[in-house]
Each structure stands twice: as C-alpha cells, then as structure tokens.
Design a protein around this ligand. Structure first.
Ligand code: MSP
Length: 520
C-alpha cells in the first residue's frame, strides 16, 4: 500500500423491511459527500453501505406479504441499490447481512467473545418493541406501555438469553469519551451519551430464542438461539473492512492484528436515533473481543415537517426525493446538504428548496454560462494564455474554508464557502466588465486576463462542488475541455491556456415545478 492517507466511511445498514426514504437518503448522501470530498482531496477512500436483513421486523414483514424473508430482502436490497444509483452515491461496497461472508464473521466474533468469557446465560423478562428491535424496562414504558422511540405498543416477553458483559466496559468507555472530545460529534450528542453513562450500564442481551425468532444467525455455542439483530448488524462494518478471516483457525483470524485491513472505520455516520447502539454497544463489543474501536461517530439530526420526523410520504407535502425528477439529482443533494446544519435538525419546506435552487442557478450556473459564452464569443472558445490570478485570494480562502469546515464536519459551511467563491467571481465580472473590454482594442490584454481568470475559477469551483453536485460538475469539466473533474490540488495547478471550451444549455435551468413558493 502506498503512503496515501486512507479513510473508511460507513452509513448505517438500512432495514430491508421497507422502501428507501428521505431519512435513509440524507444519511447516505451526507456520507457520499464526505467520501467524495476526501477523494477530491487526494485520499484513498472506502465507502460502505448496505442492508440489515435479519430480525423480527423482517420476519414479520415477510410473513405479512406472504413471502420468504430472503425474497423480501432480495427485493429491498435491489431497491436500495437502485435508489443509490439515482442519487449518484459512490459507495465502494454494498453489504447484505445475509451474505455467507458476514454470517461467518459474526459467528467468529461471537465465538471469540465466548472464549474470552464475555458472555453468560441468563433470563430476560421485560418489554420488547419489535419495530425498534429493543427491550424496554417497566419504568421506561410508563402507563401507556409504548416504545420510547417509536411510540408503538410493546409486548411482554420472558425468555432465556445470552448476555454480553457490557457493564465491565463502562469505565473504559467513559474514559474513551472524556479523553477524546471529538469522538462523538456533535457535542450535544456526546453529552447525552455521557449522561446516559452516569447510570450503571447493564449487560446486553445478544440472543433471541429460535422458538420466537428463527430469521437470524445461529449462536456458535447454542444453535437454539440466533444473534440479536443489532449485534449482527453492527458487525457488518468489521466484515466489510476485511479484517477478519473466519476460514482460519481461531488464533489466526485477524483479531490480533488489523493493519492489513480497512479496520478501524474512520467514521460511522448515523442518525441521532441510533447513536446509543453505535457509541455504547458497538465499542464495548469491540473492546470485548480486543479490537480497536472506530475513530469517530457523527450523529446527524432529522428532517422534520412541523413536529414530525419525515420518513414515509407525508400527505400533501412535496417529497424532496420526488423533486429530483424536476430539478435533477444534484439539486436535491445540494438542498439536503446546504440547508441542514450538519448535526442539527432541519425543517423541510418546498419554499426553502426553491431558494436553495435559485442559488445554484443564479450564482454558480449563471457564472459558468456567462464565462464560457464570453470565452466563446470574444476568443473563439480558446482560453487565452494570460495571467489568471485575478481571483487568487478568493480561491485560497474558499479552499482553506472548505477544507476546515469539512474537517469540522460542517458540510453546510464548506459549501457556503464554495458558493461565496462563485459570488466573488460574479462580482469580478461586474467590476471588469469584459463586454466593455471587448469593445476597446487597447484592452485586449486585460480582457485576456479576465477570461483566463474566470476559466481558472471555474475549474476550482468544479472541484469544490463535485462532492455535492457530481453530475453537473462532470458536465462542467467537459465543457471546460477537461477529461474529468480535477482534485482540489490539481484544480489550482492545471493549465487551461489554449484549451477549448464548449458552451451548452444552463447547468441549472429555470424550471416550473408546477407549484409556487411563497415568500420566505
Ligand atoms: N438497521 C438499522 C441500522 C443498523 S446499523 C448497524 C436502522 N435502519 S433504518 O432503516 O431505520 O435507517 C436508519 C437511518 O435513517 C438512521 O441513520 C436514521 O437517523 C435515518 N433516518 C430515518 N428518518 C430520518 C429523518 N426523517 N431524517 C434524517 N434521518 C432519519 O436503524
């Protein structure tokens, strides 16, 4: 392996019990943007997504539809892959938890926990929410006997379970969080987890009896039980990393040395609703088998309409995913990334969608159109060989700000910085007035400089916007005569002099959505 820096990003794996929706799309696009930005910045990236295919929820949904669980999973895995294709998601691996490789890694992981005396047999009695696949205590559910996450009714169960000695790792986990203040971001979520860890941490039930649930991975030490779906699901990250080779004898499977693999993950991206599983269950399980823990966890907020978390179609609300048919995929990606402060919640409104689209169209699209058409009109499409550093300070600023914001995981701010550069370039056009320079033969050299500077800034914008608008930036690169979108470093050094540009229709055309936006 070369000395290139590496980054391993993951999305949650989505339940194969239902269709992809805006919530899944947001997490996945956010991960895609971070992955693409790091690739643009010269890193070697591994981007993982997939589907969570075991457990009660899937078994129940398959039964409802009168199909086998695996048939439902096959269908939904395809739906997710199709959705990610239409949304330009550049994942490197799509994992399914029903794959043989994954089942073997889960088996090896559980066996290792067992051998390290991290598991014991006990009885569980209490309340269970099938939809969220989790247990609740009497105290949690209150008088109305409802799940604290989804509000659905819970059912009483009493059964033999195997437990992981999670409580043994409580102090180590608290220390990890306190010593590494950026391990869980944003801070408000880190504090919630620390608050949760102020109570004694219980042990974790990691199995379900087959008498109740057969759709899962057998425990290696008791085949009357299957692994709890969250344990099975979390291990997907490890499976895909290539760290563990279950075909080897137990002492050579890779648990002692992960250096040849992608493990540990650099970042798990999750919604705030699944932070506890990722920042408490998962790291302690990894401590239990003696593996390194993920380097960072980013918990994002929810898209809401009024007070409701958006997931399915919401009556008469325009589904942002449906907007891609009218405005294109990049516009939807742009809206979702630019509008939600990374980590916070955001309200979805069609009005804001249009405002954000106007920004793309009027600032970036307009700059690209006018610059390319002036090079065509005044210089027959050939970028002049002239000084091109008229916007150097703004370019340096935008690159520095975008990189710093991405490092801080403030994706919305990184793209605000990119848009500011496009704004500065439009101001530059107004100030230089190339149309006036073109009328005056004495100003030919100045006009060359204006056009060369504009070509240069377009290349940088192309590289900066690529993570959020990959389709359109690919098109822009072609119009600028480049073979593909350059990396950030290439964008500042690439020589465009003598290159032929090609005008085309607007990158972000004005479209009639069939509805009107009220003023903000
Ligand atoms: N299968 C588990 C994850 C296992 S990972 C080892 C799961 N799947 S899920 O299908 O429910 O997808 C959850 C993801 O979608 C979470 O990241 C969640 O926050 C996200 N969203 C669902 N609705 C959402 C919004 N309205 N807004 C933003 N994201 C939300 O949980």
């Amino acid at each position: 392996m070369s000395g290139t820096e590496r980054r391993f990003f993951t999305t949650p794996i989505y339940y194969a019990s239902g269709e992809p929706h805006i919530g899944h799309a947001y997490t996945t696009i956010l991960t895609d943007v971070l992955a693409r930005f790091q690739r643009q910045d010269g890193k070697d990236v591994f981007f993982l997504t997939g589907t969570d295919e075991h457990g009660q929820k899937i078994q129940d949904e398959a039964e409802k539809r009168g199909v086998e669980p695996i048939e439902l999973c096959d269908l939904m895995a395809e739906r997710f892959e199709e959705a990610w294709k239409t949304l330009s998601i550049s994942y490197d691996r799509f994992i399914r938890t029903t794959e043989d490789e994954h089942k073997a890694v889960v088996t090896a992981f559980l066996q290792r926990l067992w051998e390290r005396d991290q598991i014991y047999e006990g009885t569980y009695s209490g309340w269970y929410c099938v939809s969220d696949e989790r247990y609740w205590t009497e105290k949690d559910i209150g008088d109305d006997r409802c799940c604290q996450v989804c509000g659905r009714e819970v059912t009483y169960v009493e059964e033999k379970n195997y437990f992981f000695k999670m409580s043994e790792w409580q102090d180590a986990l608290i220390k990890q969080i306190e010593d590494n203040p950026e391990w869980i971001v944003p801070e408000v979520r880190k504090n919630e987890i620390l608050g949760f860890l102020r109570q004694p941490l219980g042990d974790l039930s990691i199995s379900r009896p087959k008498s109740r649930l057969s759709w899962g991975i057998d425990l290696p030490f008791d085949t009357d039980h299957v692994a709890y779906v969250w344990v099975d699901a979390l291990i997907n990250y490890l499976t895909a990393s290539g760290a563990i080779d279950p075909s080897q004898p137990t002492d050579q499977q890779g648990f002692d040395d992960v250096t040849a693999s992608w493990w540990p993950a650099d970042m798990h991206l999750v919604g705030k609703d699944i932070l506890t599983t990722h920042s408490v269950y998962w790291p302690t399980l990894l401590m239990g088998v003696g593996l390194p823990i993920p380097r960072q966890i980013l918990a994002h907020g929810w898209w809401v309409v009024g007070d409701t978390k958006m997931s399915k179609s919401l009556g008469n609300v325009v589904d942002p995913l449906a907007l891609r048919e009218t405005f294109g995929t990049d516009a939807v990606r742009w809206y979702l990334m630019r509008e939600m402060p990374t980590g916070g919640d955001a309200s979805y409104t069609p009005e804001r969608f249009l405002t954000r689209y106007d920004e793309l169209s009027n600032v970036l699209g307009n700059l690209a159109s006018r610059a390319i058409s002036m090079i065509s009109k005044y210089r027959e499409g050939v970028v002049p060989d002239a000084e091109s550093d008229g916007l150097n300070a703004a370019i340096d600023q935008a690159l520095a700000d975008a990189r710093a914001s991405m490092d801080d995981l403030k994706v919305h701010e990184a793209f605000a910085a990119a848009m500011d550069l496009a704004r500065a370039a439009n101001v530059y056009v107004e100030e230089r007035q190339p149309w006036a320079q073109a009328k005056d033969a004495d100003q030919a050299a100045s006009l060359d400089e204006t056009l060369a500077t504009l070509a240069r800034v377009l290349v940088v914008l192309c590289a900066l916007f690529q993570p959020v608008a990959p389709e359109k930036m690919h098109e822009l690169a072609n119009r600028l005569g480049l073979e593909g979108v350059p990396t950030l470093d290439e964008a500042v050094t690439v020589g465009l002099a003598g290159q032929t540009v090609t005008p085309g229709s607007p990158l972000f055309p004005r479209v009639d959505p069939g509805w009107t936006a009220d003023a903000e």
